[in-house]
Ligand binder design. Structure first.
Ligand code: HEC
Length: 154
């Protein structure tokens, strides 16, 4: 009984944070809503110049948003509670039919709602019991900057 109630509470919180009028009663509508948001934020891949500017900005957002509390930006975990994020661009497209735009949109969805759009490490023995908090505070420009930063981590 109790775990079920807790889970419902998490869903309600995530839905409330998203602010879609009434959609908090329909988990599927919530999923579609976040998918739409990810497409609106990423209608196309940024060009090289834009990407370079975004990346620079994203570095600061990664810190300010507290991501570095749980993630190393290299390929080593370094004792952190989340998976290391270095080299993401090498593994991500393969998980999304080699579509780099769709992979970026997945990052958007994952950051907004990590439970609903869980990564491959969620619930694995290595990361069992570690949870990533949803981030609904960053606006779409900040999200794009953060994602370009993540995408280009060596
Ligand atoms: C409290 C710890 C914590 C914080 C803070 C956190 N994360 Fe996570 N993150 C995790 C855990 C645990 C996972 C693994 C579970 C999963 O993939 O859903 C994860 C997974 C990820 C993944 C998927 C990695 C992969 O290989 O698929 C990305 C990308 C990510 N986080 C980015 C971020 C960003 C960007 C921020 C800041 C906005 C952030 N995280 C904040 C704990 C955290």
């Amino acid at each position: 009984m109790k775990p079920a109630r807790t889970w419902l509470g998490v869903l309600a919180l995530a839905a409330a944070a998203c602010g879609g009028g009434g959609s908090n009663r329909d988990p599927q509508a919530m999923t579609r809503h976040i998918e739409e948001q990810s497409r609106a934020a990423y209608p196309a891949l940024p060009g090289a110049d834009e990407s370079a500017t975004l990346r620079e900005r994203g570095r600061g957002i990664f810190k300010a948003a507290g991501c570095e509390l749980c993630h190393s930006t290299s390929r080593e975990r370094k004792g952190m509670s989340g998976p290391p994020l270095g080299g993401l661009a090498e593994v991500m497209p393969g998980r999304h039919d080699n579509d780099a735009l769709e992979a970026r949109r997945w990052l958007y969805r994952h950051i907004r709602d990590p439970q609903r759009f869980a990564g491959p490490h969620a619930g694995t023995p290595e990361y069992r019991g570690a949870f990533m908090p949803p981030n609904t505070r960053l606006n779409d420009d900040e999200m794009r900057a953060l994602i370009e930063f993540l995408w280009h981590l060596p």
